[in-house]
Write a protein that binds this ligand. Sequence first.
Ligand SMILES: NC(=O)C1=CN([C@@H]2O[C@H](COP(=O)(O)OP(=O)(O)OC[C@H]3O[C@@H](n4cnc5c(N)ncnc54)[C@H](O)[C@@H]3O)[C@@H](O)[C@H]2O)C=CC1
Ligand SMILES: O=C(O)C(=O)[C@H](O)COP(=O)(O)O
Length: 384
Amino acid sequence: MKIVADQNIPFVADCFSSVGQVTTLAGRDIDTEAINDADALLVRSITNVNEELLDGSSVKFVGTATIGTDHIDQNYLKTSGIGFASAPGSNANSVAEYVVAALLAVAKKHKFTLEGKSIGIVGVGNVGSRVEAKCRALGMIPVLNDPPLKRKTSDDKYRPLSELYDCDFITLHTPLTHEGEDKTFHLVDQNILANLKQGIYLLNTSRGPVADNAAVKDALNKGHLAGAILDVWEGEPVVDPELLLKAEISTPHIAGYSYDGKVGGMLMIYNALCSHFDLQPRHTAHDFLPEPQVPDITVDANPDDEQKIIHDTVQQIYVINRDDFNMREILLITDSERGPFFDKLRKEYPIRREFQNTVATLRGTNDSLASKLKGIGFQVRKVQ
Ligand SMILES: NC(=O)C1=CN([C@@H]2O[C@H](COP(=O)(O)OP(=O)(O)OC[C@H]3O[C@@H](n4cnc5c(N)ncnc54)[C@H](O)[C@@H]3O)[C@@H](O)[C@H]2O)C=CC1
Ligand SMILES: O=C(O)C(=O)[C@H](O)COP(=O)(O)O
């Protein structure tokens, strides 16, 4: 079997060579010629998979090692009898940890406490529900919006979007869709931004166009938004430098880039491909995930400033400000260098493990701290 794969899918050659002959390419170089005689195509979010790419090829299976599927024409695949798999949930925890790291960093910089602050969560699926749980663990008050889930469950916990306007934070976790009653393209537009409480923070880790970037920039310029934490951008890999300059935290679409999440996504499409071609899978995560770089952290549980301890503990695993710092180099380079630089930051992203791989050993009794650290994902051990 011939397999063409995006070279940024970790271990793709190691894993898939057990079932076929693997050719890896940069996602932006995957074209009709490259896949012409392939049996399977494995992509990430930057390769548009549609009739234009696949017409006339021998591809029988497409896998995307991502949660989002807005780059895939699933109708075309279905009508053409081409098998398809994505990686739902694979890096959802990574995105939720990114949100936690961002909230802690912003709260530290602006010297406020997260406990008691409200956070509107738009889209409460795999990512949003994890964000909800972690924010609740930090003592925040989540307000949930998810019209499709509201219709499906009739659960009153899902509130109209307008009820989120008074929250202290709003965080976006919907897919990017362009049609239907729940379409999310420019869901956060000039109109909604004008109705938000003055001084809130907006987080977007979904897809760039879910928020109208020009309107967000305008709201930041007017001071109506206190800040924007942006991982995704309209027009990626090219980013509006003025918006980048104004953003509180800006990162190059890496919220979901925990190593655990990336390897998990790769394995999900590996298992799906094996199932599609009736092959026996031979690999599991154990074959690829290294030992965590920070298996243990000792935390002095006694001091009063719980939020500082949680911030500092998270920083030992993930320093979001480092990603923000690296991204800002875009402001120092020429227009034509910006897109390739954004791609480079993503291609060379360092190994980042999830909190679940680290045991936080708490010295002293502090049940509240223990429950918060556990709630955001750490393993917690208490010693006197
Ligand atoms: N920045 C990054 O690195 C990453 C970004 N993502 C993005 O996050 C998105 C969400 O991921 P998951 O939570 O795993 O997807 P999911 O499919 O589990 O959940 C999405 C939720 O959004 C809801 N929804 C749809 N339209 C809505 C609307 N108009 N208003 C409010 N809610 C709406 C759905 O009902 C669903 O519950 C992905 O589609 C992807 O685009 C995902 C992973 C990494
Ligand atoms: O899973 C998703 O959806 C994402 O947004 C990915 O984390 C993005 O990664 P790439 O596929 O763009 O490398």
